[in-house]
Design a protein around this ligand. Structure first.
Ligand code: UDP
Length: 235
């Protein structure tokens, strides 16, 4: 039994609140256990310099944790993101770029912003899962407004963590579990169950192929449940 009473293959409760802010094209608050992330999507005309004249656009992401999102104040990233945030923003960007066809987007840039209001483990997976919904809501709005003529979303994307804690494979680690995990992994997966990215570390000890397979199976179960939640917001 886990500290919060969940079964090993159980996600924390996940709630996606659409249109959490009105100023962004797409905006959601994702409440995932004790983790809360505001995910927004904005559309800018004009593409990246290296894509000018190609008819193709781009998607880029930013990630930050607010100072009060953790028990010990996290220094505000005023000038540039710290190493961890840089790693996570790149992960979010790579994950969401898989969902988008740049030619269908045309010479435009989609900005994904993920701001962690409260952190309790899994902030990067909540960011990706929520950002996909923000993207869907944004695209619906931009199509309606005529800012886009074609839906550029070609794949679904969700992310979840899983690992080994106290010798047992577990889905969706909260902070308490994450901090004592022997093996800690993050999975970004599409609607076909194919992997977009896997981050995995044997932090406390090395792990076997069998253990890896059981963690993968847990992640697939979690992703299916997350995609069912995301489905009602799709463009
Ligand atoms: N954390 C924190 N302060 C930090 C970094 C992390 O309190 O500066 C906590 C937070 O709860 C976070 C967890 O540690 O969710 C796990 O962090 P990790 O870097 O593994 O990323 P995450 O699981 O959030 O994607």
């Amino acid at each position: 039994m886990r500290t919060d009473g969940r079964k090993n293959d159980e996600l924390r409760s996940v709630e996606i609140v659409p249109d959490f802010t009105k100023t962004a094209g797409g905006s959601v608050l994702i409440n995932w256990g004790g983790t809360r992330v505001l995910c927004t999507a904005l559309l800018e005309e004009g593409t990246m310099p290296f894509l000018e004249g190609t008819g193709k656009g781009w998607l880029t992401a930013e990630y930050a944790m607010l100072p009060s999102s953790t028990g010990a104040r996290k220094k505000r990233e005023t000038s540039k993101p710290d190493g961890r945030s840089t790693e996570i923003k790149r992960l979010i960007g790579r994950a969401l770029r898989n969902a988008v066809d740049y030619a269908k987007l045309g010479e435009r840039v989609i900005w994904i912003d993920c701001d962690v209001l409260q952190a309790d483990g899994g902030t990067r997976t909540a960011s990706i899962t929520g950002a996909y919904v923000a993207l869907c809501l944004g695209v619906k709005k931009w199509l309606k407004e005529g800012r886009l003529t074609e839906n550029p979303i070609v794949h679904k994307v969700a992310a979840v963590s899983a690992g080994i804690v106290g010798g047992e494979p577990m889905l969706d680690l909260c902070y308490k579990e994450d901090s004592k995990a022997d093996v800690d992994m993050n999975f970004v997966i599409n609607e076909k169950g194919e992997f977009i990215e896997i981050q995995g570390t044997g932090e406390g000890r090395s792990f076997t192929e069998e253990e890896f397979s059981s963690i993968v199976a847990l992640s697939k179960k979690g992703i299916a449940e997350l995609m069912a939640l995301q489905a009602r917001f799709e463009a």
